[in-house]
Design a protein around this ligand. Structure first.
Ligand code: BG6
Ligand code: MG
Length: 218
């Protein structure tokens, strides 16, 4: 293994609650409630697809123009919320895991569907940390399409089988496997069934253990 590729939302920073807050406010304006369970369905899903799921839940139909207006409205609110992020909003163990990975000489990439990636990285002080950043502004095909991870491997000049992906979304684990990469799931084993290894967070494992785990499997 030569490279680690990290998803951002839900792996490095706790933004799911902010996405939820912004979507919930929009749902409220549209006249329905949006529960935390509903929000689970939006993890790893693109902004437009998230809106479609939200409208489906509310039983609301709108035309394309209105869809774009609503997506923009949600995003403006979400950006207000992420402006308040600080390095303290990184998930437990994330900073340490990244630094230890760096110290081991691994190549490190960030691969997220979010078009807000540059702003989030800046807020948490990681804007210059990664060797490669591939986000929703660069690759439009959403996970489970492997494009985002293949672009990262290409940037890092490693083969897919030399990379491990860290993902909290089912679609992200699928994308990693479609790319020919190993996947460490961050979250619950009953949700991330397809991952090669599942941990609750980056605070529960060390980079060396990840490397050892995949060495033994071969
Ligand atoms: C993913 C999140 O990382 O990015 C999704 O898990 C989100 O919930 C998607 O919808 C797109 O994010 P953004 O910031 O471009 O709206
Ligand atoms: Mg995620």
């Amino acid at each position: 293994m030569k490279a680690f590729i990290f998803d951002l939302d839900g792996v490095i920073v706790d933004t799911a609650r902010l996405h939820y807050q912004a979507w919930r406010e929009l749902a409220k304006e549209l006249g329905f409630d949006f529960t935390p369970e509903d929000n689970e369905r939006l993890k790893g899903v693109s902004r437009m697809r998230s809106l479609e799921i939200l409208l489906e839940i509310g039983g609301i139909q709108v035309d394309e123009q209105e869809k774009h207006r609503l997506a923009e409205k949600k995003n403006n609110r979400y950006r207000q919320l992420i402006m308040k992020l600080t390095p303290d909003d990184m998930l437990p163990g994330a900073k340490e895991f990244l630094e230890q990975s760096r110290a081991m000489g691994l190549k490190l990439a960030l691969a997220s569907a979010s078009k807000n990636t540059p702003l989030i990285l800046e807020r948490i002080g990681l804007e210059d940390f990664f060797d490669s950043v591939v986000d929703g502004n660069r690759v439009s095909k959403a996970k489970p399409d492997p494009a985002i991870f293949l672009t990262a491997a290409d940037d890092l000049q490693v083969l897919p089988q030399q990379a491990v992906v860290f993902e909290d979304a089912v679609a992200g684990v699928q994308a990693a496997h479609s790319a020919g990469m190993k996947a460490v799931g961050i979250g619950k084993p009953d949700v991330l069934k397809q991952a090669d290894l599942v941990v609750g967070g980056l605070n529960e494992i060390m980079p060396q253990q990840v490397i050892e785990f995949f060495k033994q499997k071969h």
